[in-house]
Unconditional design. Structure first.
Length: 58
């Protein structure tokens, strides 16, 4: 499987606890931070759960 880079583009301030924990699990703590993960189904599901807060970087 390939890798995927994820960038947080919106704030987590008014998000639910579950969404905040998902961002933490992805390793995103700050705005505009980019992290790289393996493109597993679990990671892709987490990205899909918070897709309004993150962007996949090519």
């Amino acid at each position: 499987m390939g890798t995927v880079k994820v960038q947080q583009v919106r704030s987590r301030i008014k998000c639910t606890k579950v969404q905040k924990r998902t961002l933490d699990a992805l390793g995103l703590k700050k705005m505009n931070q980019i992290v790289e993960h393996e493109a597993t189904p679990q990671i892709m599901g987490m990205i899909n759960a918070v897709n309004h807060l993150v962007r996949v970087v090519e």
